[in-house]
Design a binder for this molecule. Structure first.
Ligand code: ZN
Length: 201
């Protein structure tokens, strides 16, 4: 009973912080008002935003695979294959499948968006993502790469997807204890000329 009341209170406070767009970052301000400094991003697993849907928290993660504007972005066909393979992996993982809302590519081709129920720290989904990217190596054919399942079934590149996934899995393994792979470099949110705030997702 007390647990439920507490959760409701937290949800309500989160709702209020979103409603009034509190700009200062604090422990209670889970909905970020910061923007990300893309010149300082390293690959990793980052919380992009936390939303409250009725009484449920929903977290969007940026799974950043390449360094924006420094490394080449992911080959578009490999990106498409990674989308199919890793979505299939995540939605079949016995521990996490019920939490998975969405997995999809970033328009800039440097990584993926993952949306999960709840508010887990990036560290808590590290193993899930490490294993998901490792699983690409064993993939013999891209799941759902047929005209009946896919909007562009000829645009796949499994060998390049494997290369990219191997590189990222190796990076994650080598940086398991590096806090920089879990925390974004922040900057002020950009305001466009007509006074609107810029969002990239
Ligand atoms: Zn497809």
């Amino acid at each position: 009973m007390i647990g439920t009341t507490y959760r409701n209170l937290i949800s309500y406070m989160l709702y209020l912080s979103g409603t009034f767009s509190i700009r200062r970052n604090s422990d209670m301000d889970l909905i970020p008002s910061f923007s990300v400094d893309h010149t300082k991003i390293v690959p990793g697993i980052f919380v992009s935003r936390v939303d409250v849907l009725e009484d449920q928290l929903v977290t969007t993660y940026d799974v950043r695979v390449t360094r924006p504007n420094i490394e080449p972005a992911i080959d578009v066909a490999a990106m498409h294959s990674l989308e199919h393979i890793i979505a299939t992996y995540l939605r079949n993982d016995s521990e996490w499948k019920d939490q998975v809302i969405y997995w999809g590519p970033m328009g800039c081709l440097t990584g993926f968006y993952l949306i999960l129920k709840g508010n887990h720290k990036p560290e808590e989904i590290y193993n899930l993502l490490l294993n998901a990217f490792k699983s690409v190596e064993e993939t013999e054919e891209v799941p759902g790469a047929l005209p009946v399942n896919c909007g562009n079934y000829l645009m796949h590149n499994l060998p390049m997807a494997k290369w990219q996934a191997r590189k990222f899995a190796q990076y994650l393994a080598e940086n398991a204890d590096n806090p920089a792979i879990f925390e974004y470099p922040k900057s002020e949110r950009l305001v466009t000329e007509d006074g609107r705030e810029f969002f990239d997702s």
